[in-house]
Design a protein around this ligand. Structure first.
Ligand code: FBP
Length: 546
């Protein structure tokens, strides 16, 4: 593979470990705290996880650990790409080799399905050397197969045992770690000594608890989007003739849109969680945005920048109801819809099934958006929000509203979607260090036999010299939620909190941002240079952690 000059130089970057890990695994010991409770529904969660519930929080502190024998550990990348995944594997590999040179890492191919089907490669030092500090998951690939059935667990166990592995590290988001906890419990219930350890991954930033301040990839993705938004802002204030509507990835939670906005201070950022709380309908939101466009036009500013979170449509109560109805319909009338030759035929079917109010919402949408709402669902039966052009929807309905209200604004809208652009960017120094540490910690948790744990690092904002590595029992992150008509134990998805510091920061400033051009230009991620430029964390983390 031909590598760029930056890639070549970046290969030599040695991620920074927290001080306690710098002397290697022999100089660190596991310290266990008090037993834990799940964040909610503790009795129900305890009943579902009788063998792994309530384990203590683990912290790594200076001290001697007897050197053990070689360990063989499987590793799985699960779900969407996030910058730093390769460094988790690098940290895992280096720690295991430091524990014993004969340790091995088996990289399961294509996500959880690789574990079930026994498809893997052995990670070697030379193979890994080309992937250190790189973005992407292409070393072993990823997938969205859900590991949730006993039959899959049985196969995974057979694969791990056959290949001499004593543990598997699952690098994933809330769903994958939920399943990891179930797998850990199942192994124990079967009398197996296999250890399951997780690592918090997702650019969306919605796997977050007081103990896990951020998931990896969020930092790099947000900085990538912020760079692009900053560039667009500079263009907007230079050309002064376009309104830019920019959709930012992040599925349900608006963390990425909010973070990118805090870094760039656009004229408008929508926060889905606030819209849901206020019950704002699409029509009401349209009027609000049109009024902003009109007000700026009256001030002689026929330009602006608006940031829209990817999941917005699912938070507008009227569109949410429509999507839920469509999800049900597609689940139950799937074959009929598939047989319909084109969108017109599908819509004719819908006219027969939808209640008047829901049909009105659907048919008021532009045809392209209607088509996108009918596309295939993801493996969980949810609409794939990355494929819905919400930015175009908003640009179009705002244009129509301006006409309706007789605005004199010269409205020319451009739309953008920044999503995949950020998912595989070369990890920032923060993500490179954080992920390497997470991998290293995962190896130590495996060595300590801590099954049902997720690797964690706390005190992340204070600089790497202050990071505290440890492990959080997964059951501590659980609550019970209603999913597809059933009560399920799941890791709670962390949405933007409207009383949280990042949102409050936005609320305090957005009026000024709307009127003026208080744009900020973060520029591209820097890998070398002053620490305040290269090693800064996100505003979200800074504000949340104080
Ligand atoms: P994960 O939650 O698995 O990390 O994936 C996040 C994400 O990037 C979302 O932001 C986005 O909506 C989705 O994946 C896109 O999925 P796909 O890769 O299937 O297009």
């Amino acid at each position: 593979m031909i590598t760029s000059a930056l890639q070549t130089a970046r290969k030599a970057y040695q991620p920074k470990l927290p001080p306690v890990l710098r002397q290697g695994p022999g100089a660190v010991k596991l310290q266990l705290g008090a037993p834990t409770e799940s964040i909610a529904d503790s009795q129900k969660v305890r009943a579902l996880f009788p063998l792994t519930y309530g384990q203590p929080v683990a912290e790594f502190v200076a001290g001697a650990t007897a050197s053990g024998g070689p360990l063989t550990v499987g590793v799985v990348l699960s779900g969407g790409q996030a910058p730093g995944g390769h460094n988790v594997i690098a940290g895992l590999f280096d720690a295991l080799k430091a524990i014993h040179p004969d340790s091995r890492v088996l990289g399961f191919l294509g996500g959880p399905s690789g574990l079930v089907e026994g498809k893997f490669i052995e990670i070697t030092a030379s193979l890994l050397s080309g992937f250190r500090n790189t973005g992407g998951f292409d070393l072993i690939g990823s997938g969205r197969t859900k590991l949730e059935k006993a039959e899959q667990f049985q196969k995974a166990r057979a694969v791990l045992e056959k290949n001499g592995a004593g543990a598997v590290v699952i690098i994933g988001g809330d769903d994958s770690n939920t399943n990891g906890a179930v797998l850990a419990e199942w192994f124990k219930a079967q009398g197996s000594m296999l250890v399951v350890v997780g690592a918090p991954k997702t650019i969306d930033g919605d796997l977050k608890t007081p103990q896990i301040p951020t998931s990896f990839g969020f930092d790099t993705a947000a900085k990538t989007y912020a760079e692009l938004i900053g560039n667009i802002e500079r263009d907007a204030r230079s050309a002064k003739k376009y309104w830019h509507f920019i959709k930012i990835m992040g599925r349900s939670a608006s963390h990425l849109a909010l973070e990118a906005a805090l870094q760039t201070q656009p004229n408008l950022v929508l926060v889905s969680e606030e819209i849901a709380q206020q019950g704002t309908t699409l029509a009401q939101l349209t009027v609000q945005i049109a009024q902003l466009v009109d007000a700026r036009a009256r001030a002689g500013k026929n330009f602006g920048v608006a940031v829209i979170p990817e999941g917005l449509v699912e938070f507008l109560p009227d569109v949410k109801k429509l999507i839920a109805t469509l999800n049900d319909l597609l689940a139950h009338e799937g074959p009929a819809f598939e047989a319909a030759p084109d969108q017109a035929a599908k819509e004719a079917l819908l006219r027969r099934h939808l209640a008047a109010e829901v049909a009105a919402t659907f048919f008021a949408l532009p045809a392209a958006i209607r088509g996108q709402l009918l596309l295939d669902r993801d493996p969980h039966g949810n609409v794939q929000v990355s494929r819905i052009e919400t930015e175009k929807l908003i640009a179009e309905v705002v244009g129509a509203e301006l006409v309706r209200m007789g605005s004199k604004a010269k409205y020319s809208a451009l739309t953008h979607f920044f999503g995949y652009e950020g998912r595989c960017a070369a990890p920032s120094n923060f993500d490179a260090d954080y992920t390497y540490t997470l991998g290293y910690v995962a190896a130590l948790l495996v060595q300590g036999g801590r099954t049902g744990y997720i690797a964690s690092v706390s005190h992340l904002t204070k600089g790497n010299d202050h990071w505290v590595p440890g492990g959080i029992p997964l059951t501590q992150l659980f609550n019970i939620e209603r999913r597809h008509g059933e009560d399920k134990p799941v890791i709670r998805k962390a949405l933007v909190e409207l009383d949280g510091a990042p949102f409050r920061q936005l609320a305090a400033h957005r009026e000024a941002w709307a009127k003026g051009e208080e744009y900020v230009y973060p520029g591209p991620i820097q890998y070398w240079g002053p620490a305040e430029v290269c090693d800064a964390t996100t505003k979200t983390l800074e504000l949340e952690q104080g």
